[in-house]
Design a protein around this ligand. Structure first.
Ligand code: ADP
Ligand code: MG
Length: 703
């Protein structure tokens, strides 16, 4: 049903323009002109209470007067009368509204959008927008927008939150030679959002690759789920490097979580490729829309110039697809098509003597050889060769080798003749670029796609039966006391319920009690202030470690209380925690913030300067799977620390992966209650010896 509605909205067979105008320059005129000019084959019904004819079309006073069915209605009328016209559309059984009109949530009037959505739900309609340019589809000859033209035809479809950007990209597709089928402006997304659009484009026959320009969204989790299910490449360009959530963060994790990190994590989990800028977006979608994904890491580079070969080698490493030497049999064959001073390793340098024939032979052989998973062909324009003929030799070699599932990208560096050959190659379905690193980046994207899809196969594990009721009871107690933070002792109790090992801790309210507890715990002990008003205990002089006897316990008890009171005069002090002192190990941090768009997110990093100074941390949207937890351990820069440096034994990574999964269950289970969580530090021991959560912090959501 929803799919049908979106078909009506994005591929309408008939279309009404509410706010149609006879005045050139008005949007209500341009949309009709565009529909006609670009050859829209469906019915066009201009609606305007005053006019009788616009651009040769009969005008209706009201949408209710239109004789036939109307699939979609474009609205260009003032914001304040949209609701009443929407009801008329509902009565007419219109499927989709293309709401171009501005002046809604972008100027603080979310309430007006809510009203529209309620009407749309009541009548079973979908709304695209508001605050958009419209929607375009080459395969339907549909230009229901005020963008200048239909884009260069192709197989990429774009959904863009920015209308201005969509207009700019539209005409540039001809210059960039990247073909698009649909351009969908989704603006404020009061109803139809990225989740709907990737799902719909995912089954659209005329789309082989989806491009997204994203400013921000609220339905992060459903987007991840929807994108995971789409069986075609999605490339996202995320704009806005704001630090939302970081400003008022009470936890360490909160201050490190920014939009960039969280979106980056979400894309990874969704199996979505992230582009770094507009040029990168175009290069990637070009490759993804016309070449097959790359199924392995063996990339072979053919070249007639050493310099571009080295640039390609550097780019390959930068793009995560480093070159390996080709096996001996491959080298032997390739050596037949180069002079003595050439190189058959990788990159394969045929030297400046390479002509059409050598390009044909090496390309044909390399793409056909089982070792090769992908091929980059580089060419520098020389006086002895003709770029067009080289391009034709490459194309013929690929066609005649007739292998499926192996991508090829090309770079020609030269003048006008090379540029023409590039254009010709792209028209033949071979992504070609003016620089070697772009050809490498494009093929690396095809490899990134298969790797990403592989990595999202493993579902997140739950840590089994957990007494979440007991955890909720602890939270309820804090709320009853009007507290928004749990004490370390309470937080650790919750961690224990979820199977995370913590240092044994008891609460002493007097010196005598402290000594008794320390005796029972066994020396040395650690003593810490317990107060919901003191979140960072060390800052308040509230932590004493390595306490070796009863006399030192008494001293520490007094000092900690004095320090706490001078730090915050009216602090509510529960007492002093007496806890076992964990032996030395590698300190790491596990953390979580509840993001407004994505819900509970999870952070991992090494403790100390790694997190404080280098901010060397990585994020995921929870829950994380075992595979994702392993990825998190390996993708921080300090990863080798866990494998043991300078003769140290490797750390217990298995225990750490397990802890990340358990932590994940905790933050998801209690996601409705918890705003931020830190386990900082967690001390990790040698392989087989586990880990200990030494400090725990839980900050509750405002309710
Ligand atoms: P806070 O982060 O609130 O300042 P912590 O509980 O993290 O306080 O204590 C500060 C530091 O003291 C920790 O980073 C850790 O190095 C050390 N520490 C705290 N508790 C223990 C413990 N039980 N065993 C060993 N070291 C500890
Ligand atoms: Mg701490």
């Amino acid at each position: 049903m929803d799919h049908e509605l979106l078909n009506g909205l994005l591929r309408p067979k008939s279309i009404a323009i509410i706010g149609a105008s006879a005045k050139p320059g008005k949007i209500g005129y341009t949309v009709i002109d565009n529909l006609i000019k670009d050859g829209y084959p469906g019915k066009i019904y201009p609606i305007n209470p005053e006019a009788t004819e616009i651009l040769g079309l009969k005008v209706y006073k009201n949408i209710g007067d239109v004789p036939g069915d109307v699939d979609a209605a474009v609205m260009t009328i003032p914001a304040k009368i949209v609701a009443q016209e929407l009801i008329e559309c509902g009565k007419k059984k219109v499927k989709g509204i293309i709401l171009i009109t501005s002046g809604f949530s972008e100027v603080g009037r979310k309430d007006m959008e809510d009203e529209l959505v309620a009407i749309a739900r009541q009548y079973g309609m979908r709304i695209l927008g508001p605050n958009i340019v419209g929607t375009l589809s080459n395969s339907d000859k549909l230009n229901a927008s005020f963008a200048p033209c239909l884009p260069l035809p192709g197989k990429v479809s774009l959904a863009s939150q920015s209308g201005a950007l969509l207009i700019a990209l539209d005409a540039s597709t001809y210059v960039r030679r990247v073909g698009f089928d649909k351009l969908i402006s989704n603006g404020n997304m009061c109803d139809v959002n990225f989740t709907d659009l990737v799902t719909w484009l995912g089954v659209d026959d005329n789309t082989s690759c989806i491009a997204l320009y994203i400013e921000g969204f609220k339905d992060g989790r459903s987007f991840i789920e929807a994108a995971q299910k789409v069986e075609k490449p999605i490339v996202a360009l995320k704009a806005g490097v704001s630090s939302h959530g970081a400003a008022a963060a009470a936890s360490h994790t909160g201050s490190l979580a920014g939009a960039v990190k969280i979106y980056g994590a979400a894309f990874k989990q969704a199996g979505v490729i992230q582009a770094t800028d507009l040029d990168d977006l175009f290069d990637r979608v070009l490759a993804l829309s016309i070449q097959p994904p790359m199924q392995g890491d063996n990339l072979l580079v053919l070249t007639n110039g050493g310099g571009v070969g080295v640039l390609a080698t550097d780019a390959a490493e930068r793009c995560g697809l480093p070159l390996h030497f080709a096996p001996e049999d491959v080298q032997t064959e390739l050596r037949k098509h180069m002079p003595e001073f050439g190189s058959a390793k990788n990159p394969v340098d045929m030297t400046g003597m390479a002509g059409n024939e050598w390009y044909y032979e090496t390309t044909h052989f390399a793409i056909g050889h089982p070792w090769t998973h992908g091929l980059v062909v580089l060419y520098c324009e020389t006086a002895m060769t003709n770029p067009q003929q080289i391009a034709e030799a490459i194309k013929r070699a690929i066609d005649e080798a007739d292998v499926k599932g192996k991508p090829v990208t090309v770079s020609f560096v030269g003048g006008e003749r090379s540029d023409k050959a590039i254009q010709w190659l792209v028209e033949q379905g071979i992504p070609a670029f003016g620089a070697p690193d772009r050809a490498v980046n494009a093929i690396a994207t095809l490899r990134e796609y298969t790797r990403l899809r592989e990595s999202i196969k493993d579902p997140a594990v739950s840590c089994g039966d957990v007494d979440s009721a007991a955890a909720r009871k602890l939270i309820a107690k804090a709320r009853a006391e009007k507290r928004s933070t749990l004490t370390e002792i309470e937080a650790k109790q919750i961690f224990e319920l979820y199977g995370l090992p913590t240092t044994k801790t008891s609460l002493a309210t007097s010196e005598d009690e402290a000594v008794k507890m320390a005796d029972a715990t066994g020396y040395p002990v650690v003593m810490k202030i317990v107060s919901p008003d003191i979140i960072h205990k060390s800052d308040a002089g509230g932590v004493k470690v390595s306490i070796k006897d009863a006399a030192a316990v008494r001293d520490a008890f007094k000092t900690i209380l004095t320090n706490a009171k001078s730090y915050k005069v009216d602090a509510d002090i529960h007492g002093v925690a007496i806890q076992e002192m964990a032996p030395w190990g590698t300190e790491v941090i596990l953390g979580s913030v509840n993001d407004p768009g994505f819900g509970p997110t999870q952070m991992f990093g090494l403790g100390g300067i790694f997190v404080e100074v280098l901010k060397d941390v990585t994020f995921r949207v929870a829950p994380v799977s075992r595979t994702m937890a392993e990825q998190m351990l390996s993708e921080i820069r300090g990863a080798p620390m866990l494998d043991g440096v300078r003769g140290e034994a490797p750390r217990d990574k298995a225990a750490l992966v397990d802890a990340l999964c358990k932590f994940s269950s905790l933050i998801v289970d209690l996601g409705d209650e918890i705003a931020e969580t830190d386990a900082n530090p967690v001390i990790v021991y040698e392989k087989g010896k586990g880990l200990k959560v030494v400090d725990a912090r839980i900050i509750l959501k405002n309710k």
